[in-house]
Write a protein that binds this ligand. Structure first.
Ligand code: SF4
Ligand code: SF4
Length: 311
């Protein structure tokens, strides 16, 4: 497939560069078939459990992995600050401009820049060698992050290019975007993964920094117009895994989605290592027990949604 019926004009202008933290080929959990996933930098939410904390900001930063460092001092020699910055010290990290010179000089990969800039052509060229895998597997490209919709104008141009190339497109979104601005892009997609993290606005704000009213409004509008929207719930023990809460959430999805489906994503702690490499502290959560996840899947079914999760 190549998106739903087009209702919008083609984009003609937009920023030259998109800012990404990673391009991951051979992804198999980000939509149908084998895919290339683009991780966009920047996110309006600040989820405490974020799996990709290096995507949170559009401000360039350096990931520092002390266990890979061989103390050769090559990074310090190229740093614009006299003597170089020690990124394991909070004061030095606060001064770092993210210029990336140290990461280029580092021979061991102990320093890595969070963000790189790409043109639309760069990203098209990056995936063309994988097109035969897309065709054979029913795959394509997926926009993820961070929050890809935060770079709406660039994404509009990029999605038009892939649409013209008949490459299937999917998106993972936190749902916090300007719907009217995004609709032309959304209409080019075959599949949207839409996060719903908590139904209560105050609790949502406490957990993510923003309440959920715009997110829920956008879900209703998207579900009314797009046939393939899968809701994703990051599942955290004692935070949002109460059966009554999941029932309420599933009933909301069933009320508005054309083909209601929910994917449960049990919490994992992989984001904590990257947070540490950025000099940040991330709280540790737990995933619910497998038996509790089975209970939640039954709750989702009873509410009229398909639990599409592998968990
Ligand atoms: S990113 Fe630039 S300013 Fe920051 S530590 Fe590296 S060389 Fe120095
Ligand atoms: S260049 Fe890399 S390996 Fe050498 S001191 Fe700096 S961080 Fe460590």
């Amino acid at each position: 497939m190549t998106g739903i019926a087009m209702t919008a004009s083609k984009p003609t202008t937009g920023p030259l560069y998109g800012y990404l933290t990673n391009i991951q080929h051979f992804s198999v959990h980000d939509g149908d078939g084998i895919r290339t996933t683009f991780f966009f930098a920047g996110c309006p939410l600040a989820c405490r459990w974020c799996a990709n904390p290096e995507t949170a900001s559009l401000k360039k930063a350096i990931l520092f992995y002390p266990d890979k460092c061989q103390a050769c001092q090559a990074c310090r020699a190229v740093c614009p600050y006299p003597g170089g910055l020690d990124l394991s010290r909070a004061q030095d990290r606060a001064r770092c401009q993210g210029c990336g010179l140290c990461a280029t000089a580092c021979p061991t990969g102990a320093r890595r820049p969070t963000i790189s800039a790409y043109t639309v052509d760069d990203l098209v060229q990056a995936v063309l060698p994988y097109q035969s895998f897309f065709t054979a597997s029913g795959g394509g490209v997926t926009y993820s992050g961070g929050e890809c919709t935060g770079q709406a104008a660039f994404l509009d141009r990029l999605s038009q290019r892939f649409y013209d190339l008949a490459i299937s497109q999917a998106m993972e979104t936190c749902g916090y975007f300007d719907f009217d601005r995004l609709w032309p892009t959304l209409a080019r997609l075959d599949l949207v993964f839409f996060d719903l993290k908590h139904m209560d606005p105050a609790r949502h704000r406490q957990l993510t920094g923003l309440d959920n009213r715009l997110i829920q409004d956008n879900f209703k509008r998207l579900a009314a117009r797009h046939p393939r929207v899968i809701v994703r719930i990051p599942l955290l023990q004692g935070v949002n895994d109460d059966p009554d809460h999941i029932r309420r959430l599933a009933q909301f999805v069933a009320q508005y989605a054309q083909d209601p489906a929910i994917d449960l994503l049990p919490y994992h702690a992989l984001g904590r290592d990257k947070a540490q490499a950025l000099g940040q502290d991330q709280p540790l959560y737990q995933a619910p027990d497998p038996s509790h996840i089975q209970t939640l899947k039954a709750v989702i079914r009873q509410a009229g949604c398909d639990p599409v999760t592998d968990a």
